[in-house]
Design a protein around this ligand. Structure first.
Ligand code: HEC
Ligand code: HEC
Length: 213
């Protein structure tokens, strides 16, 4: 994906130089938000999962998912999103495959996206079902005993930046510290807001307290 962004920077630069229109400049300003030129676009997965580590790795749905969804970036773990999110995401990826990208700007979209054979309707359905049945288990808000717990506030703020809030019972209280550490690493990598030491401590207290083990 690095090549993709580098190519994007070159194309945008050439485009900017050739278009001396104030509105184009203003729009680019928006895209350069936080000094990152990809503010308008989501980020493609950089660290992925090995196909052999997928659930039911030899099933037709796992191999179809692995083949189609690793064409442009690392193969994302099915646990990256909850079932609700996967459907819309696969639909967005279908547009990426058709070269429409998210730029939605005709020529630019065509250049930034990659034209390739899209999924067949059967492949698409199989992938959505596979991802949904192996996705991240979402938090059931009605199970939260103390909505005012300071750690719940931090959990909502930091842990919904990339995926929906996960169900605390996915992990035991012994496992959570390492998972949270990994997630904070992901936040740093994505240049997102990270919790400070106090916020991380209460967040962990909330997760551990929400698990009955
Ligand atoms: C044509 C290239 C291409 C293919 C094939 C592709 N993607 Fe992507 N993917 C991208 C690009 C570009 C981005 C970053 C922009 C965006 O998020 O729309 C991305 C981002 C992502 C992200 C991170 C964004 C987020 O919101 O979490 C996930 C997850 C993802 N793709 C999953 C998939 C899945 C699942 C498939 C297979 C159905 C797939 N991709 C196939 C190009 C592709
Ligand atoms: C920077 C984006 C990002 C943020 C913010 C984030 N996650 Fe994740 N999360 C991921 C990705 C990517 C995955 C997919 C699995 C992987 O790559 O590790 C994931 C998967 C998970 C999983 C399922 C995998 C596992 O190890 O059980 C849990 C649970 C989880 N996240 C919890 C959290 C919690 C708790 C927070 C807040 C402290 C959080 N996430 C914040 C990116 C993020």
């Amino acid at each position: 994906m690095r090549c993709f962004y580098v190519a994007g920077v070159v194309i945008i630069t050439v485009w900017l130089v050739s278009v001396s229109d104030a509105s184009a400049g203003a729009m680019m300003g928006g895209m350069m938000d936080n000094g990152k030129m990809c503010g308008m676009m989501g980020k493609a997965p950089t660290r992925g999962i090995a196909p052999k580590d997928l659930p039911n790795p030899d099933s037709k749905s796992a191999t179809t998912f692995a083949r189609i969804c690793s064409r442009c970036h690392a193969l994302p773990s099915p646990k990256r999103h909850t079932a609700d999110r996967w459907k819309e995401l696969v639909e967005r990826m279908e547009r990426q495959m058709r070269g429409e990208g998210r730029m939605g700007m005709g020529m630019m979209g065509g250049m930034m996206g990659r034209r390739m054979k899209a999924m067949s309707p059967q492949e698409k359905e199989m992938i959505i079902q596979y991802l949904q049945s192996n996705g991240l288990r979402p938090l059931d808000k009605s199970s939260v005993a103390d909505m005012d717990h300071p750690g719940y506030v931090e959990f909502k703020e930091f842990c919904s930046q990339c995926h929906d809030l996960p169900d605390p019972s996915i992990h035991t209280s012994r496992e959570w510290p390492q998972v949270v550490e990994e997630m904070v690493g992901q936040m740093k990598e994505a240049s997102l807001k990270t919790p400070d030491a106090y916020e991380e401590k209460v967040l962990l207290e909330f997760l551990k307290g929400a698990v009955r083990d």
